[in-house]
Design a protein around this ligand. Structure first.
Ligand SMILES: *[C@@H]1O[C@H](CO)[C@@H](O)[C@H](O)[C@H]1NC(C)=O
Length: 258
């Protein structure tokens, strides 16, 4: 799934560089139609919306559909409706991917200002999250080595973790971390290919995030052994959907690397 995402990015990169600069032109020019194809991509400004239904074949039925609503400067509004039944794992990570200023070493990243306001409507019970997903590599544009997730919501799902309690719950390696205006528990595990660091809200959901994602990376380089020589290869935000039916509306979504 990852190599597919990256190859899309590499193909699209030259097109991004030549996109019109005027925000009015971009607003008029973006594709606001709804896409449902398993690997569909939609470009708007410095972002690509990836349908990324990588676990679709494990579902008995369902799909994820998404569209951009508007683009103004670096802010996009977008919508994702998904429904999945059957199978155990994640079916889709429909996400908005940042295409600009990637592949800096962590030591050369000053800030990753991010804003995300979203709301969700559901039918019945769901298993999903709402999360930023970042990847790092020891080479520029290289294959993923570390995955850093910042969950804004956990709906009956759970993080990857090395450590589990007798109660069947994952055990955080650090609790009540105060980062970017909210309190988080950090879990560390492996997805088989990458070390996975997951920050989950200590309680509740974060429906309005407005903060610097680099503070999470700084915490990891200063406290958890993540190397500052790693390159930041991917920055995305979206929903990992496993089962149920939901529509998530993001009225504000903006992220950039400075
Ligand atoms: C985290 O904060 C909660 C609520 O204040 C508290 O009950 C809990 O003991 C704290 N956990 C740790 C590991 O400090």
């Amino acid at each position: 799934m990852l190599s597919k995402k990256l190859s899309f990015f590499l193909l699209l990169a030259p097109f991004v560089a030549s996109a019109p600069a005027g925000s009015l032109e971009q607003r008029q020019g973006i594709d606001t139609s709804t896409h449902c194809g398993q690997w569909d991509t939609i470009l708007a400004g410095q972002y690509t919306l990836f349908l990324d239904q990588w676990g679709k074949d494990n579902a008995n039925s369902g799909q994820s559909c998404a569209n951009f609503v508007s683009l103004s400067g670096t802010n996009v509004a977008w919508k994702n409706s998904w429904t999945w039944s059957g199978g155990n794992g994640v079916k889709s990570y429909t996400n908005v991917n940042l295409n600009a200023n990637l592949n800096r070493q962590l030591s050369n990243v000053n800030r990753i200002p991010a804003s995300w306001s979203w709301s969700q409507s559901t039918q019945g019970s769901i298993v999903s999250n709402v999360a930023y997903d970042l990847f790092t590599s020891s080479r520029s544009g290289g294959s993923n080595e570390n995955e850093i997730m910042v969950w804004l919501a956990n709906f009956n799902a759970g993080p990857i973790s090395f450590n589990w309690g007798a109660d069947g719950k994952p055990i955080p390696v650090a609790s009540n971390l105060s980062i970017a205006g909210h309190s988080w528990n950090l879990y560390i595990g492996s997805n088989g290919a990458n070390q996975v660091y997951s920050f989950l809200p200590t309680s509740g959901t974060v429906g309005n995030f407005n903060g610097d994602l680099n503070l999470f990376l700084r915490y990891l380089t200063q406290n958890q052994g993540l190397s500052t020589s790693q390159f930041l290869t991917t920055v995305q935000g979206g929903t990992e959907a496993t089962s149920g039916t939901a529509t998530i509306t993001s009225s504000t979504f903006s992220v950039s690397i400075a």
